[in-house]
Design a protein. Structure first.
Lengths: 341, 241
């Protein structure tokens, strides 16, 4: 074979390889889209609905097993809002009614449940179950007036009451989404929710499939408190990627960011009376492990205190809201010594 | 050729997806006898807990067969990656209250944590599997403490296990100290000698500054009064079936 022919063959081989590479590159987005759909089982279920009946996903991939799963806190009989239209209206008032995209999830599905397990199975219902933890952790339940000044601690005399009003007053819109927003297809590293905040009252929270189907109702509630701190208050994460939580890190507890607020709420939930009619021992234990998980994973600087330090959070919430969470005041060494990093 | 290549790429990615999406495998109630059936019941009824008749009956059975029940779930606790189901079983093992669970839970606490998935700047992804792995280890400490509540005879063994965990496993130190404080009450300060000065704050109960004390007293009185009244009314927010 002459030198010219050999060069020609090599050039052809190179051209073919380049062509194949270009084709792969060109087709990758459509392939990724195909697989992303594979991940969005909720979107699939909605698209495949026949006669308005949706087969809700049951593939909570990282949180389930055949005998239970993260939906054990979703039982109809343990979530009293299911039986009360007033309660549904009250919970809808947390910004869900104003939210976009809920039209995909028919409102009629709100109170549907799995007949065998008696668990609320629709995304909107599971969202309400999350908010139910904010509402019924208070003895007042839906009787709590959420519209008073957040400085009125004679009325909001427990952190749980204050937090319910805080969530209500600082939320504008809560949107539904059927997407599962994960790092890669099939990954366990996912976004639960995302908040966009603006200078005007146009902030909104998007809830993803992971919110409804991959985490339990107590975690859903603490996530709401977390996201709301991003919303009207516009307090964003300050810790870069400096903790195991990835890019949802706060630099330190005393920055009073979303992770601090989420922990405060979990602690308040934990420190309710043992005979609380809504907070069962399993929910209380769940709040404790979620508190510890955040304590260990969500801050760049180690948090120096523990759940015991917050034992009085439902007695004098104003101290924790205005003093403890923000204290780095060198003029007041007692608070800084005990609570700040 | 082009189509084949595309199919191959998609297939490879799809296979990796399927491999990642394996769920925790708990033997179903159909596979076994009454033990599995009762395990199934306590798992699905763990939220109402003792308010549910089925839960009470199944828990009573499992406490009678606590060693078998603990052995049945031990593989899941030690071999499976983090998941809500794993947390649930770790919680329930504490409720069964068998002595063998103390060592099992300690093995779980001692297991090295996997690395969380690397973060992507600007995307607020949370590694759920990693978070649940941490949750299960924290729960293992809490469940160890629960064994002493159900079986007072095992209290000394539980206390020494929790002290050891607090001293040796930084991840669970604060939980172990917190559980010891709950378990021992006024005797908790007797453990001070096992810990260094950096842990002093765990032994000194937090009190807000003096200017908050009067408000604190008034609120505590008011809240206890409200709780008494509600208890006397006796109307639960919700009922189990």
């Amino acid at each position: 074979m002459s030198e010219q022919v050999r060069i020609g063959v090599r050039a052809k081989a190179l051209l073919i390889a380049a062509g194949v590479g270009a084709l792969v590159y060109m087709f990758m987005p459509s392939c990724a889209l195909f697989l992303a759909d594979e991940d969005d089982t909720l979107c699939h279920a909605l698209a495949a609905a026949e006669g308005g009946v949706v087969q809700w996903p049951v593939d909570e991939r990282w949180h389930t097993d055949p005998t239970g799963g993260c939906h054990v806190f979703d039982q109809v009989m343990m979530n009293p809002w299911c039986l009360s239209e007033d309660a549904q209206e009250y919970i809808g008032g947390f910004g869900i009614v104003q939210g976009h995209n809920w039209g995909d999830f028919e409102r009629g599905d709100l109170t549907t449940y799995d007949e065998e397990s008696a668990e609320v199975d629709a995304p909107l219902g599971r969202t309400y179950n999350g908010y139910a933890n904010l509402v019924y952790a208070n003895r007042e339940g839906i009787e709590l007036d959420r519209g008073r000044s957040l400085g009125d601690f004679e009325y909001y005399d427990t952190f749980l009451k204050w937090a319910s009003a805080f969530v209500s007053q600082k939320t504008y819109r809560v949107n539904g989404s059927c997407s599962r927003s994960c790092q890669t297809v099939g990954s366990s590293s996912c976004a639960i929710a995302n908040t966009v905040s603006g200078a005007f009252r146009n902030d909104y929270i998007d809830l993803y499939q992971t919110f409804y189907y991959d985490i339990d109702a107590v975690w859903r509630a603490s996530t709401v408190v977390h996201e709301v701190r991003h919303a009207r208050d516009q307090v964003l994460h300050s810790g870069g990627t400096g903790c195991p939580r990835g890019s949802a890190c706060d630099r330190r507890w005393s920055k009073a960011g979303s992770n601090t607020y989420e922990m405060l709420w979990l602690a308040a939930y934990y420190w309710t009376p043992e005979d609380h009619p809504f907070i069962t021992p399993a929910r209380r234990a769940r709040a404790q492990v979620l508190f510890e998980e955040l304590r260990k994973n969500a801050f760049n600087d180690p948090v120096q205190w523990d759940l015991g330090s917050l034992a009085l959070i439902n007695e004098i919430p104003e101290f924790y809201v205005y003093e403890a969470a923000c204290s780095e005041d060198p003029e007041n060494p007692h608070r800084c010594l005990v609570l700040a990093n | 050729m082009k189509g084949l290549l595309l199919i191959l790429v998609c297939f490879a990615l799809g296979v990796s997806t399927l491999q990642r999406s394996e769920s925790i495998e708990v033997p179903s109630a159909d596979d076994g006898g009454p033990l599995m059936r009762h395990l199934d019941t306590v798992t699905s009824q763990m939220d109402p807990g003792v308010r549910s008749r089925e839960y009470r009956e199944s828990l009573a059975f499992l406490r009678t067969h606590a060693a078998d029940a603990t052995a049945e779930v031990s593989g899941l606790l030690l071999d499976q990656p983090g998941s809500f189901g794993k947390w649930q079983l770790t919680y329930l093992v504490g409720e069964f209250g068998d002595e063998s669970a103390i060592a099992l839970l300690r093995d779980l606490i001692d297991q090295p944590l996997p690395e969380p998935q690397p973060a992507m700047e600007g995307r607020h992804y949370i590694d759920l599997e990693y978070a649940e792995d941490v949750a299960s280890r924290v729960q293992a400490v809490m469940s160890t403490a629960r064994i002493a509540v159900h079986r007072p005879a095992l209290r000394d063994q539980v206390v020494s296990e929790l002290v050891a965990a607090a001293r040796e496993v930084p991840l669970v130190k604060s939980t172990a100290l917190f559980e010891l404080r709950k378990l021992l009450g006024p005797d908790f300060p007797t453990l001070r000698g096992y810990f260094g000065p950096e842990d002093a704050k765990s032994f000194d109960p937090f009190m807000p500054p003096p200017e908050w004390q009067a408000l604190l007293r008034r609120r505590m009185q008011e809240h206890r009064r409200q709780e008494r009244e509600l208890r006397e009314k006796g109307e639960p927010v919700c009922r189990s079936k």
